[in-house]
Design a protein around this ligand. Structure first.
Ligand code: GTP
Ligand code: MG
Length: 362
């Protein structure tokens, strides 16, 4: 349908937000391809440039005589996420699209993202990791780092565990997902921030091929994994997941006390030490289950308590296996047995927490 014959109010306006830093060479092709892709839409492009030395902002201003481009030149601020957040503030559309300037995000995918939004999604992610999506020309190590980073986020933040590419830089969203939401500009994965703090109910992923950079240089290469982990940690805190971990640890410690106490009691009662450890351990598991169910995960109780009780035992068993595996492996590598055991206990704690958080109280 031609936009000219539709009443304006019926057409959704799209704001394409493009953060840039030294992307002068890419703008012309980027704008022309966006323009083609969005020929059926009322749209604007918001370029947020951090005073690029190659004068990207100037080039964008020049091109604004040909395309509907609004240029924000930030002088004293830097950072990808804060640039996107600034773009949200400047945008006048009902739907926002966020994408890179270097054509690794093909503009031809935008109509599919918008289609999903029109069909009811609040957020549509162009995804490298759903069926049909892929990354071009990445060496194995970069793929592994990317996948590993995503896995960490999905495990640490259960809210987004079903999303395959929660760190994509290419996505579309309804304006109200982020309207009046206080997004933190520190992390550079703005989508992660939106997925945790935004207001939405339906998210969809659209496959796309993440291409090779057309021109210019990568800016994020030097950014460390540590930065990313800090971001995930902050979001865990925000979600209350850190509080949960702390509660789970306290309950675990109470379990140690229960275990030791009953072991002492049973031995005093004349039960053989080799045997007394079994009921005392089971009593500590029961103790831990009760407190975790009533306290740590009280907001996540669903269905039958027996099912949870059973799954909690499975978690405990997996924990024991993990502990022994690590213990024996480290012993084999020549590590001191007490250190080996400590690392094993740590591993057991982590697997038990993950299993319980994602299965028992999911
Ligand atoms: N405004 C602004 N834009 C930035 C900043 N850092 C990166 N960008 C832009 O954000 C987008 C993504 O950055 P890239 O360097 O392409 O990151 P990448 O795609 O992970 O890395 P490559 O695969 O090497 O390209 C590009 O459009 C950059 O120009 C920044 O500090 N401020
Ligand atoms: Mg890039």
């Amino acid at each position: 349908m031609q936009r000219s014959i539709l009443p304006r109010a019926l057409i959704m306006k799209v704001s394409v937000i493009v953060p840039t830093y030294n992307e002068r060479e890419n703008l012309e092709e980027l704008f022309s391809r966006i323009d083609k892709a969005l020929k059926d839409y009322d749209y604007e492009i918001i370029v947020v440039d951090d005073d690029s030395p190659d004068e990207t902002w100037k080039k964008a201003q020049e091109l604004s005589s040909v395309y509907p481009v609004k240029v924000i030149r930030r002088i004293n601020e830097k950072g990808l996420s804060s640039a996107v957040i600034r773009g949200f503030k400047e945008a006048s559309g009902d739907v926002f699209v966020v994408m890179d300037a270097d054509l690794q995000h093909p503009p031809e995918v935008i109509p599919e993202l918008l289609k999903r939004i029109k069909e009811g999604a609040d957020l549509a992610i162009a995804s490298r990791y759903v069926k049909g999506g892929r990354v071009e020309n990445w060496p194995l190590y970069r793929k592994l780092i990317s996948k590993g980073a995503i896995m960490i986020a999905r495990v640490a933040l259960p809210k987004i565990r079903s999303i395959k590419d929660p760190v994509s830089g290419f996505f579309a969203l309804k304006r109200n997902v982020v309207d009046n939401v206080n997004l933190n500009p520190i992390g550079f994965k703005i989508l992660l921030e939106i997925l945790i703090k935004g207001r939405y109910s339906r998210v969809e992923e659209v496959p796309f091929t993440f291409g090779t950079r057309l021109s210019g240089e990568s800016k994020l290469k030097g950014k460390t994994m540590l930065n990313y982990l800090r971001h995930v940690y902050r979001l865990m805190k925000w979600e209350g997941e850190i509080d949960r971990l702390v509660k789970f640890s306290i309950v675990g410690l109470s379990g140690v006390a229960v275990n030791e106490g009953f072991l002492w009691l049973f031995v005093k009662m004349g039960i053989r030490k080799e045997v007394a450890v079994l009921p005392s351990t089971e009593l500590s598991v029961i103790n831990n289950f009760i407190w975790n169910d009533l306290w740590t995960f009280k907001d996540l109780r669903k269905g039958s308590v027996l099912r949870r009780f059973f799954q909690f035992h499975i978690a405990a068993l997996i924990g024991v296996f993990a502990q022994l595996l690590i213990y024996w492996a480290l012993l084999f590598l020549g590590v001191h047995y007490l250190i080996s055991n400590l690392v094993g206990i740590g591993a057991s704690f982590i697997v038990r927490y993950i299993f319980n958080r994602h299965v028992t109280w999911s």
